[in-house]
Each structure stands twice: as C-alpha cells, then as structure tokens.
Design a protein around this ligand. Structure first.
Ligand SMILES: CC(C)(COP(=O)(O)OP(=O)(O)OC[C@H]1O[C@@H](n2cnc3c(N)ncnc32)[C@H](O)[C@@H]1OP(=O)(O)O)[C@@H](O)C(=O)NCCC(=O)NCCS
Length: 152
C-alpha cells in the first residue's frame, strides 16, 4: 500500500532531477489477473495512454476475483478510489493485481494495483495506478443477489 512504501518510481538521489530509476518497485508475488500492452490507438498524440482506457482495464481485472467469489455475474456499483500515480505509455507491459478486501451481503470490494514494465531491457518497473472498486452480485434480473457461502 502507498503508506508503507515509496512507490514514486524515483530513487532518493534521483528525485531532485526527476530522472526515472532503473531499479523500481518489484512486482507483487503471485499471478496478475491481467496483462496487457496499450497500443497507439489507446493514447493521445504524445503517447500518454488515456485514463479511461486504464480505468476500463482496471474494471475488468477487478471483476475477475469478484465473479469467482460471486460464482456468477456482477455489476460495478462504485469506483471508491482511483489514483493515477504515474503516466502509462504506449508499449508499457501492464500487470493488474487484484485482491478482495471486503465482502458484504451482496457486494465485493476489490483493490487493484497496476504495474508498468517499461524499457524492459533495463528492467524498469513502475507502480502506475491503484484503485478500489465495489461490485454487486446480480441475478438474471440484474438485481442484487446474496453472495453464496464460501466453500472450503
Ligand atoms: C449494481 C446494482 C444492481 C445495485 O443495485 P441497488 O439496488 O442500487 O443496490 P443496493 O442499494 O441494494 O446495494 C447493493 C450493495 O451495493 C453496495 N453499494 C451500493 N452503493 C454503493 C457505493 N456507492 N459504494 C459502495 N458500495 C455500494 C451496498 O452497500 C450493498 O452492499 P451489501 O449488500 O454488501 O451490503 C444497480 O445499482 C445497477 O444496476 N447499477 C448499474 C451497474 C452498471 O451498469 N455498472 C457498469 C458501470 S456503468
């Protein structure tokens, strides 16, 4: 989480000059829910990827553990928080890590972190985005559905 680490993507000495470090935040343990590389059509004329495109991928990544927990369809009811900490560029390899942080009666809240691997030959990794989203389990009628009990 942000309060426990310096996720700025810059080493202490480099912060003054704002030059990116070549030794960045290590990727979290475990498998990402999603890996994707933005293309030129996902960016503005300067090569910066649109925030809306990133939000869509975060929504997809966050929905995957929610669908598994709900054992069925879910709908996004809220984007509780969203932080674009660093820009994303065309050609970055993005990894989306998602974990459930809260389960209610019908709702599931998921924390999503996004890491960009860029200049891959120099092994540069930057945490670019973090977000928290809430999904609601829904039935065929698109109305909230009580979550099934956890099975061992
Ligand atoms: C998701 C939807 C089915 C929920 O129906 P609803 O009648 O509004 O739901 P409720 O008020 O009964 O709340 C259902 C759950 O969502 C939670 N919830 C509702 N609004 C919330 C908010 N702003 N933030 C966090 N959780 C919220 C409630 O606390 C409740 O959780 P719980 O059952 O675990 O206690 C309905 O709002 C909907 O269809 N929204 C559109 C979904 C959609 O199209 N998403 C795509 C993005 S446009």
């Amino acid at each position: 989480m942000l309060q426990n680490c310096d996720c700025s993507g810059y080493s202490r000495e480099e912060k003054g000059s704002r030059m990116p470090s070549q030794h960045h935040t290590p990727l979290p343990d475990g498998m990402p829910q999603l890996r994707v590389m933005p293309m030129p059509s996902d960016a503005n004329i300067h090569g910066d990827v649109f925030g809306g495109w990133i939000m869509a991928q975060v929504d997809i990544a966050g929905s995957l553990p929610a669908v598994r927990r709900a054992n069925g369809r879910v709908a996004t009811v809220a984007v509780n928080s969203f932080l674009f900490k660093h820009p994303v560029f065309v050609g970055d390899l993005l990894s989306f890590y998602a974990s459930i942080v809260r389960v209610g009666n019908t709702s599931i809240t998921v924390y999503v972190e996004v890491y960009a691997e860029r200049n891959r030959l120099q092994a540069e990794t930057v945490k670019v985005t973090e977000a928290t989203l809430t999904y609601v389990a829904t039935g065929e009628d698109r109305k909230p559905r009580v979550l099934p009990p956890l099975v061992d």
